[in-house]
Ligand binder design. Structure first.
Ligand SMILES: C[S@@+](CC[C@H](N)C(=O)[O-])C[C@H]1O[C@@H](n2cnc3c(N)ncnc32)[C@H](O)[C@@H]1O
Length: 474
C-alpha cells in the first residue's frame, strides 16, 4: 500500500456502503472503494491502490468537504483517518467505523446484511422487509456509558510489533505496523497490562485473552521468525518478568501461531470463560466469541429460534458443528436432556480437547475432532444411525468460520434431513452465499437476526433459522 501523501488526491461524492468496510464512489467511470467515508458525503480522498489497469481503485478519506449528519470525531486518534491523512500517514485498522455515530453504524450494517441477502442469497425484498424489520441490534445499550459508546468490548486482542519493538497494529491492507498507546475497544483488563510501555524486541505477535468474568488474563508471545532458540527464550522471559511485576500479573506463554503450540512461562496456558449456566476452559489461542456479551446474545438467539420452533425437545438428536470449546454444545445438552444426544464437531485439536473437558459430565454429548465436511460425508459412527442408515438430526447449530460452511457442507447437512438449522455467521457475504445453497436444496430462511457484536468496525454477526421449504408452506 502506498502512503496517502505520495498518491493522487481526488474529490468525490460517496455512494452506498459495501461489504468489507468501505463505500463505493465513482470517478471517470471507475469504481473506487473508499474507507472512512459515509454514504452521501463529499470528501477528498487519497488513492491507496490505483493501478491504471485495475478494475477498481482503493482510497482513504483525507478531508471532509461536506459531511454526513452521522459523522462524529473519531474516539481513537491512532485509528482516525483524517488525523493520519493530515500527517501524510495511514491510520491503524480495526476501528474503521469510528467516525460514524453508533446509530449510523447500525444503519450501515443493516444495509450491508440486507444487500448481501438480496443479491447473493436471492431473498426477495418483501420477504426481507418481513424477516429483518428490526435491522442490526445494539448489544451494548444496557452497559456503562463507555460500553454504550461501543468501547471496552473486546475480550480478545491481537497486536503486532513495530521494527523498534513497540506494541502496534497494522494499517489496513499493509505490512506497516504503527505503534499504539491504548486499545479502547478492549476490556479495561487489557489496558491495565500497559503493554505499550514494554519492549517487545524479538517478538512478532502478541495475543491477549481477557475473560469478561474478570478471571485471569493470558498473554501469548510469538517470537520473531529466524531468532535463535536462546534469543527467543530470552525475549519471552524478559517480557514475562516485566508482566510479573504488575499488581495483577497475567499468565504468560510462548506461542507458535502456526500450530497453536504453547509453552507456559508463568501461570497457566488457558483462560476460564463463563456463561450463566456453564464454565469453559479455553486453551491458548483457542476460539472464544470476542464481544463480552456475545456468548449470551448468540446462545439466546440460536437456541431461542430452535426452542420456539419446537425443534429442541427432550430426547432430541442434535448436532453442534464448528463447536469450538462447546459454547452451544452445553446448552444444547441441557435442552435435549439425558435421553437426547448431541454430536459436537470441532476441527482444532486443542479446542476440541477443551470441549471434551468442558463437556465431560454430559453423557449425552459425543465430541468429535475433525473437519465438518469430512465427518458429515463419511460413514463414521457419527454419521450413521444404530441401524446403519445415514444419521438424521432433529436440529443443528452451524457456526462456521468466516469463509462460511460452503456447498459441500450444505449438501451433506441437508442429506441428514434435520428439521431446522440455526446458522450463526460472522460474515454476511459467506452467510448469504450459503443461504443460496440451502435455497437450491429446497430450504428457506425462516428467521434472521443480526447483532452489532463488533462496534466501530464493519463486522456484524447474524443468526438465522433455516428450515425445509415444505415446513414453511405447511
Ligand atoms: C466461528 S468459530 C465458532 C466456535 C463456537 N461455535 C463458539 O461459538 O465458540 C468456528 C470454529 O470452527 C472451527 N473450524 C474451522 N474450520 C473447521 C472445519 N473445517 N471443521 C471443523 N471445525 C472447523 C474453528 O477452529 C472454530 O473453533
Amino acid at each position: 500500500m502506498s502512503e496517502p501523501t505520495s498518491t493522487p488526491r481526488l474529490t468525490v461524492t460517496v455512494g452506498p456502503v459495501a461489504h468489507g468496510g468501505h463505500c463505493v464512489a465513482r470517478h471517470d467511470g471507475r469504481v473506487i472503494f473508499v474507507r472512512h467515508a459515509i454514504p452521501g458525503e463529499t470528501v477528498e480522498i487519497a488513492l491507496t491502490e490505483h493501478d491504471a489497469d485495475a478494475k477498481f481503485w482503493r482510497a482513504d478519506v483525507t478531508r471532509v468537504v461536506e459531511g454526513s449528519p452521522d459523522r462524529v470525531s473519531h474516539f481513537w486518534p491512532e485509528a482516525d483517518a483524517l488525523r493520519a491523512g493530515a500527517r501524510g500517514a495511514s491510520p491503524i485498522g480495526g476501528a474503521e467505523f469510528g467516525h460514524i455515530s453508533r446509530p449510523g453504524q447500525l444503519k450501515l450494517k443493516t444495509d450491508v446484511v440486507r444487500e448481501q441477502l438480496e443479491r447473493l442469497g436471492g431473498v426477495p425484498t418483501e420477504r426481507l422487509n418481513e424477516l429483518f424489520a428490526a435491522g442490526v441490534e445494539d448489544v451494548d445499550s444496557s452497559g456503562t456509558q463507555a460500553q454504550q459508546a461501543g468501547l471496552g468490548w473486546r475480550t480478545r486482542v491481537g497486536f503486532a510489533v513495530t521494527p523498534s519493538g513497540k506494541l502496534g497494529m497494522h494499517a489496513h491492507r499493509s505490512h506497516t505496523v504503527l505503534p499504539i498507546s491504548e486499545m479502547p475497544l478492549a476490556l479495561p483488563a487489557v489496558d491495565e497490562l500497559r503493554l505499550w510501555e514494554l519492549d517487545f524486541t524479538g517478538i512478532d505477535r502478541v495475543e491477549v485473552a481477557a475473560p469478561a468474568n474478570g478471571s485471569g488474563v493470558l498473554v501469548l508471545l510469538a517470537p520473531a521468525h529466524g531468532l535463535s532458540e536462546k534469543a527467543a527464550g530470552h525475549a519471552v522471559n524478559r517480557i514475562a518478568r516485566a508482566l510479573a511485576a504488575l499488581e495483577t500479573p497475567p499468565s504468560v506463554a510462548r506461542w507458535n501461531p502456526e500450530n497453536s503450540a504453547i509453552e507456559v512461562v508463568s501461570g497457566r496456558g488457558w483462560v476460564k470463560e463463563t456463561t450463566a449456566d456453564h464454565e469453559f476452559r479455553v486453551t491458548g489461542d483457542g476460539f472464544w466469541q470476542i464481544h463480552r456479551n456475545a456468548p449470551k446474545v448468540l446462545t439466546d438467539a440460536a437456541l431461542g429460534f430452535l426452542l420456539e420452533g419446537g425443534y429442541l425437545n427432550d430426547g432430541a438428536d442434535v448436532a453442534d458443528l464448528y463447536a469450538g470449546a462447546g459454547l452451544f454444545t452445553a446448552p444444547l445438552a441441557d435442552a435435549v436432556g439425558s435421553d437426547g444426544s448431541v454430536l459436537s464437531v470441532e476441527g482444532s485439536p486443542g479446542t476440541s480437547r477443551d470441549a471434551r473437558k468442558n463437556l465431560h459430565a454430559s453423557e449425552q454429548v459425543e465430541i468429535l475432532q475433525g473437519r465438518v465436511e469430512k465427518i458429515l460425508g463419511t460413514q463414521s459412527r457419527a454419521s450413521q444411525s444404530a441401524a446403519g442408515q445415514r444419521r438424521r438430526f432433529d436440529a443443528v447449530v452451524l457456526d462456521p468460520p468466516r469463509a462460511g460452511a460452503g456447498k459441500v457442507v450444505v449438501r451433506a447437512l441437508v442429506a441428514t434431513q434435520p428439521q431446522a438449522i440455526a446458522y450463526v455467521s460472522c460474515d454476511p457475504a459467506a452467510f448469504a452465499r450459503d443461504v443460496k445453497y440451502f435455497a437450491n436444496a429446497g430450504w428457506r430462511l425462516a428467521k434472521v437476526r443480526a447483532f452489532d457484536l463488533y462496534p466501530h468496525t464493519h463486522h456484524v454477526e447474524t443468526v438465522a433459522l433455516l428450515v425445509p421449504a415444505a415446513a414453511i408452506a405447511s
